[in-house]
Design a protein around this ligand. Structure first.
Ligand SMILES: [Zn+2]
Length: 437
């Protein structure tokens, strides 16, 4: 309904323009240029994720289905296909390259073109224009999405090589996981260059000035579902905003809900909804910042969808997210605990929020004997059955993704577009480069 209304408004707005197609744009009608830009990427967050999240958050005690932050900010859709050589279904590297540079490339490319030549990234452009830059993510900071905003490499898999380039990015804020990719000598280099190097999440609060390299896990941060009260991504986001906004010229910040995708790859609806909740919370942090700083543009999208998530499955017209509300952790963590304990039936039942009858007990016990991975799978299958959730693949799918925006210039993102258009629109809104001295 809301999307329809937006489309109608969009059509109405564009009508006078098409009538006077030859006339120059009225400068007063042109969108104001934002000073600050926050681009937020829900990795793997296709339309079925934001829809599932709405029902996951619905208060069953009220007649109405409550709106989410996604319903509130929706403005358009974007296609995600990579360069021709990689077909129609993108990976995160090609999609992030498109969103960061405005050019399509092959799956696996980190801001290089199909001939492996570097493409200027959004954060590099921001630096050239005197803006501050940052990334705040829940994966390792050198994973595909943040890497395509900070670096260039012919393969996303070259984690060490990508990490080694970060010292030269001049980024003001780099927050996420990935300690294992930054050796002590590398960390010392950052310190020598004036960075505060953090490895403990509790250190973040005391930081009051850029620059900062925060690596809060060996690889990725923990599943939100295991510690929802910590709100790690929200905290990283709000600290990034606080630090970057000290630059009077403005800033460009990338925030990624990285592990929505990992929940999708694992076909884990519980973990995926936990990550969605934390990403939504982080969006609300930025939305509040935009309210207080009307010169800030926020644009949110996904790089692709993952897992072929379906709300309803097996021919049944039902979906039961309330099953997930009783869970007190991720299936992975529950399985690890059950494998480590001989007396696992009662504790697992308590964490899942439903009784484990004899039939399910034998099924879980067979899986448990095979180890954590098999038990995690068995738990996820049981949750899929009870929620009536469907999946078609452990990989990505090629559906279009949604675009959400608020702030000056946000009207440019209304309607249908390509992922490269998102980058080109953001780049066109960035302040002009400072005159060379
Ligand atoms: Zn993925």
């Amino acid at each position: 309904m809301k999307f329809k209304q937006l489309c109608l408004i969009a059509v109405a707005c564009w009508l006078p323009l098409s009538t006077y197609a030859e006339a120059p744009l009225n400068p007063t009608a042109a969108p104001a240029r934002p000073k600050n830009i926050v681009i937020m990427i829900g990795d793997g967050m296709g339309p079925s994720y934001t829809t599932a999240y709405r029902y996951y958050k619905d208060n069953p005690d009220t007649e109405e289905i409550e709106q989410t932050v996604f319903d509130r900010l929706l403005v358009g859709m974007a296609s995600t296909y990579p360069a021709n050589v990689s077909g129609y279904v993108t990976d995160s590297a090609a999609a992030a390259t498109a969103l960061s540079t405005g050019f399509k490339s092959y799956n696996g490319a980190i801001s290089v073109d199909v001939n492996k030549r570097p493409l200027t990234t959004m954060l590099e452009r921001a630096k050239q224009r005197g803006l501050s830059t940052g990334v705040a993510v829940t994966c390792q900071v050198n994973h595909a999405t943040p890497a395509a905003f900070l670096s260039h490499d012919e393969s996303r898999k070259n984690y060490d090589a990508i990490a080694a380039t970060y010292i030269n990015t001049d980024a003001d804020v780099i927050l996420g996981g990935g300690q294992k990719y930054f050796t002590q000598p590398m960390r010392d280099e950052f310190t020598a260059k004036g960075y505060q190097v953090l490895t403990d999440f509790s250190q973040l609060d005391a930081v009051s000035q850029p620059k900062v390299l925060g690596l809060f896990a060996d690889v990725q941060l923990p599943w939100s579902l295991d510690e929802p009260e910590v709100h790690r991504l929200s905290q990283l986001t709000s600290k990034s905003l606080e630090l970057l906004s000290q630059n009077q010229q403005g800033f460009v910040l990338l925030v990624e809900g990285s592990q929505i995708d990992w929940g999708g790859h694992a076909n884990d609806i519980a973990a995926a909804m936990g990550e969605m909740d934390e990403f939504a919370h982080s969006i609300e942090v930025v939305e509040q910042f935009v309210r207080n700083h009307p010169d800030t543009l926020m644009v949110i999208t996904a790089d692709h969808s993952t897992g072929g998530l379906s709300i309803g499955a097996n021919g049944k017209y039902e979906w039961h997210p309330e099953v997930l509300h009783k869970m007190t952790g991720s299936p992975e963590t529950m399985a690890a605990q059950a494998v480590a304990n001989e007396q696992w039936r009662e504790p697992l039942s308590a964490s899942l929020g439903f009784a484990i009858d004899d039939e399910l007990y034998s099924k879980f016990e067979v899986a448990r004997m095979q180890g954590k991975k098999a038990l995690t799978t068995a738990i996820k299958q049981e949750i899929d059955l009870r929620t009536n959730t469907g999946w078609t693949t452990p990989g990505h799918t090629g559906v279009d993704v949604q675009v959400f925006a608020a702030g000056p210039g946000s009207e440019l993102f209304i309607g249908s577009q390509d992922n490269t258009d998102i980058a080109n629109k953001i780049i066109s809104l960035m302040p002009k480069a400072k005159a060379a001295k």
